[in-house]
Ligand binder design. Structure first.
Ligand code: AR6
Length: 297
């Protein structure tokens, strides 16, 4: 519960959608872990009822506290402990109530019914990871990732396909970037492509050494970091290094899937969709196998 209070305070300072998503994700986690809120109760005709606050717009809201210290900031009231999940369901199911205010006396957070629905439905809070066979240049989300080389001046494979689809202006912009080290990532505009950005990353040339895995992991991690910074919510990756650079597909699929999952776990809320767009049936099969074997997030 202290963590929830900290996240709400951070939301006050930062005010970002991302932080709000973190708060919602955390509330859902508390609900799943069967944690409890403290609820103020009063008497109505001899029966215990949850206290409500009336808002200016005529709607009522329920009240819940994360800790006793928060309760003690207001007037003394009788309380009881109620599981987070039960509180969410109660607010959701009560007509004339528009949501629940957490900690109304200090650093309060209003959770409206629509967000409670999202928490209960698991909708939009968890990022989706999908695999599909296809050509990455046709992806119509926010961003595609290019498996480039250190010069960033184009090449064959997926790099060639992306430059062909984007048109010659992409190369002109890439010339200004001064190359890119293996494992790092740089972002450009897209010109004739449908997406908003291309992130260029350079996979390792497979050598069988331990560093290969670290560098391939860096490609996914640094691309997703750059995506977050640029407000990218949907992103497609090719199977980096598995073509000309010779990385064994099975091994590369494990690194790709594990790194993306770990990133999403550490940064909930921001990235809504990661799609692995794979050019051939054997690569698709390798990714599907890994995703099937790994428990979801
Ligand atoms: N969409 C999705 N995946 C594709 C596409 C496409 N249009 N075309 C190929 N692939 P590669 P690398 C797959 O060789 O191994 C370039 O010349 C392909 O089947 O493109 O990281 C660069 O300039 C394979 O599974 O990239 C570098 O010099 C995967 O994309 C070098 O190749 C990656 O194959 C980088 O080698």
């Amino acid at each position: 519960m202290e963590k929830l209070e900290t996240l709400i305070q951070e939301l006050y300072q930062e005010g970002t959608r991302e932080k709000n998503m973190e708060v919602l994700s955390h509330i859902r986690k508390l609900a799943k872990e069967e944690k409890q809120f403290i609820i103020p109760v009063g008497d109505a005709n001899g029966e215990k009822v949850y206290r409500r606050l009336s808002l200016d717009d005529g709607q009522d809201v329920f009240v819940a506290f994360t800790t006793q210290a928060q309760v003690d900031l207001g007037q003394t009231t009788e309380t009881l402990n109620q599981s987070v999940m039960d509180v969410l369901h109660m607010v959701h199911d009560t007509q004339g109530v528009s949501g629940v205010v957490l900690n109304p006396w200090k650093d309060s957070y209003f959770l409206p019914k629509v967000l409670i629905e999202m928490i209960l439905d698991n909708k939009n809070l968890e990022s989706e990871i999908k695999v599909v066979k296809g050509d990455i240049t046709t992806f119509d989300g926010d961003c595609i990732v290019n498996a480039a080389n250190e010069s960033l001046l184009g090449g064959g494979g997926v790099d060639g396909a992306i430059h062909r689809a984007a048109g010659p202006m992409l190369l002109e912009e890439c010339k200004l970037l001064n190359g890119c080290h293996t494992g790092q990532a740089k972002i450009t505009k897209v010109y004739d492509l449908k997406v908003k950005y291309v992130i260029h990353t350079v996979g390792p040339i497979y050598s069988g050494q331990h560093e290969d895995e670290h560098m391939l992991r860096d490609c996914y991690w640094n691309s997703l970091t750059l995506a977050r910074k640029n407000d990218i919510h949907t992103i497609a990756f090719p199977a980096i290094s598995t073509g000309v650079y010779g990385y064994p597909i099975d091994k590369a699929a494990v690194v790709a899937v594990d790194t993306v999952k770990e990133f999403i776990r550490e940064h909930p809320g921001k990235i809504e969709l990661v799609r692995f767009v794979l050019f051939s049936a054997d690569v698709l099969a390798a990714y599907e196998k890994v995703i099937g074997e790994r428990t979801i997030l």
